[in-house]
Every structure is written in C-alpha cells, then in structure tokens.
Design a protein around this ligand. Structure first.
Ligand code: G3P
Length: 217
C-alpha cells in the first residue's frame, strides 16, 4: 500500500519524505488556502521534494476553463497529477487530460457508481472520501470495498486512493481491502509509527544497555 500525505505544509512534507516512506502528496483548495501561499509556488516546491505524484486541484467548474487550468497545473512539474471534481464536466476533462498523457485524480467521490464512471473516464486515481461519509452515518469503508471489487471485476488500472482518512483504523481497513493508496494528514501518518509498548520496550532496553557501560561505536 502506498502512503501519500494530504497537506500543503512543505516542512511536514520534507520531514516525512526523509523517512523514505512517502509515495506522494495530495492537496486541495482548502489546504492551499491554509498554507497562505500561491498555488503554483507551493506545488512547484512540493514536486521538487518528492518524485511521487503531487495532486493539484482545478477550481473552475466549467469544462473549458477546467481543462485549461489542468493543462496549466501539469506544466508546473512532470509529477503533477491534476485533480478534478467528480462532476460531468470534471469527468470530461479527466478523459481529455488522460488522452494527453496526464495523470488525473478524480476527487469528491462518494458512491461506487461515481467511481466506476471515473475509471471509464481514464482516471489514474479515484479519491473516495471515507471520513466525510462516516460523518453522516454512512459506511465509508463499504465504498472502498465496492470500488476495489468493481475495479478488479473489469481490470481497470485506476488506483483507489482512500481520502478523508481520520485515524489509523481507516488505514488498516483500507489495506485489508486491498486499496492501492491512502492519503493521510501528517499527524495520522505519524500515528502509524507509534505504539506505547514500542516506547516502553525501548526505554527498558536503553536503561539496561546503559548499565553495561558499553557503546556500539
Ligand atoms: O484531500 C481530500 C480529503 O483527504 C479531505 O479530507 O478530512 O477534509 O474530509 P477531509
């Protein structure tokens, strides 16, 4: 399973990239707004940190402007994946950009039939939002299960990029279902590293080691 980080905070991205475990980055207009920076500047900087796909989202809603925005965004760096919303115009733009060799991430997916349409439109990634479905008492992970199954049934190459992830249990469930990617806020990605027994065990090992008076180097 690949891990992307869902942020436009460059210092967080740099620190996580240094672990060697970061496979890509996703942003959206809200995250760009939170960064307080110009979209093109922040996307260019992120693309220089990680060779993986970096999703940059269009903000137009009509087909023609959205296509021009997508063509501009992909010109920022070769690893930009253009993010479009799951609307009729968005899927038409997905089809057009994919035909030009651009990787497209179709976002704001809330049903498996939407996910099916995105795959037919040539999306490289589909982003089903599990947390926002859970928030309204629907089963976000059921959407992942249905999408993974449908894509397998027809051999679609579109990767399931689980988005709106709120906690490590979402990651566990998505991994068990065989989802290709999870995009996580930095704090959730860091939470995957931690276990209280790891901390306690390490503390005991180091205390015993100190008693030996040895050092490895
Ligand atoms: O980038 C899209 C998605 O991950 C947003 O998550 O937490 O705002 O629902 P959230």
């Amino acid at each position: 399973m690949k891990f992307f980080v869902d942020t436009a905070d460059v210092s967080d991205i740099r620190a996580l990239a240094e672990t060697g475990l970061l496979d890509g980055v996703t942003t959206n207009p809200s995250l760009i707004a939170k960064s307080g920076r110009r979209l093109a500047d922040v996307i260019a900087e992120i693309c220089a940190i990680t060779p993986g796909p970096v999703s940059a989202e269009v903000t137009a809603t009509d087909r023609e402007t959205m296509l021009r925005e997508g063509q501009y965004l992909r010109s920022i760096a070769p690893n930009v994946a253009v993010k479009v919303p799951l609307t009729e115009a968005g899927l038409a733009v997905c089809r057009a950009l994919a035909a030009e060799g651009t990787k497209v991430n179709v976002t704001l997916c809330f049903s498996a039939t939407q996910a099916l349409l995105a795959a037919k439109a040539g999306a490289a990634f589909i982003s089903p939002f599990v947390g926002r479905l859970d928030d309204i008492s629907q089963d976000g992970m059921a959407l992942i299960a249905d999408t993974v199954q449908i894509y397998r049934n027809y051999g679609f190459p579109t990767e399931v990029l689980v988005a709106s992830v709120r906690h490590p249990m979402h990651v566990l469930a998505a991994a068990k279902l065989g989802a290709h990617i999870a995009t996580l806020p930095p704090a959730t990605l860091r939470a995957l590293f931690r276990h209280p027994l790891t901390d306690r065990g390490l503390e005991a090992f180091l205390a015993d080691w100190a008693k030996t008076g040895q050092s490895i180097l």
